[in-house]
Design a protein around this ligand. Structure first.
Ligand code: IMP
Length: 212
């Protein structure tokens, strides 16, 4: 059975595929489809954005879809960037410019007050109908400069609790064991598994009837 991950971000697809390994699913991304309309992520919460993406994409494709929305909430910044994580430093934002902005805003903030949490919300939908919602969190603190080469986004400035290294230094394997996304996926995996077991025959028939 096919599961579409509503993303074109190859980093994210890699992480999600690795964490869903073992389930009888062929995991594909939006790159496998043409003309999927862009879903504007203008919700006020991660939950609203994840649901909107999953429902719209699964309705458009007539398929089984997971969509996630994640963000970094920094306590000293009133939970910003949060839902604005992707474009925190404005139009044309890059991972580096976002990290730079965070570090600048936290310039005078001491280590003990640099607490932050990565949150990930995953919505599962089938042909336009919500199936379930899962959430995962990873707590930590913001470092004083970017360190490390792996991962993406805020990984070089985020040090998870219990570690002395940033996500970007820990590497994908270790990050996947403790990340907000992996924790949300452990919950989402249960929802997907239950759904696949009860609906797989129905879904297969439906897929055969739908022209690509
Ligand atoms: P998205 O909406 O889930 O793509 O996430 C929004 C933004 O949050 C991304 O562009 C990244 O900057 C940041 N982000 C989400 N997850 C991670 C992560 O695992 N590591 C670092 N940054 C992340």
């Amino acid at each position: 059975m096919e599961l579409v991950v509503a993303t074109r971000n190859q980093d994210k697809l890699k992480e999600i595929s690795a964490l869903l390994r073992g389930l009888p699913l062929e995991v594909v991304s939006l790159d496998n489809f043409r003309n999927v309309p862009e879903v504007i992520e203008n919700g006020r919460t991660l939950e609203a954005n994840a649901k909107k993406k999953a429902v719209h994409v699964s309705r458009f494709l007539g398929r089984f879809v997971v969509a996630d929305d994640s963000g970094l909430e920094i306590e000293a910044l009133g939970k910003e960037p949060g839902v604005h994580s992707a474009r925190f430093s404005g139009k044309g934002a890059t991972y580096a410019s976002n990290n730079k902005k965070v570090l600048k805003l936290l310039n005078a903030v001491p280590r003990a007050k640099r607490t932050a949490v990565f949150r990930c919300v995953i919505a599962v939908a089938d042909r336009g109908k919500m199936v379930g919602l899962a959430e995962g969190r990873c707590r930590g603190r913001i470092g004083f400069r970017p360190i490390g080469r792996t991962g993406f986004g805020y990984d070089p400035i985020f040090v998870p609790y219990g570690y002395k290294k940033t996500f970007a230094q820990l590497g994908l394997k270790k990050k996947n064991r403790i990340s907000h996304r992996s924790r949300a996926l452990i919950e989402a995996r249960k929802i997907i598994k239950r759904y696949v077991l009860t609906h797989s025959t129905l879904l297969r028939v439906n897929f055969l009837e739908q022209p690509c």
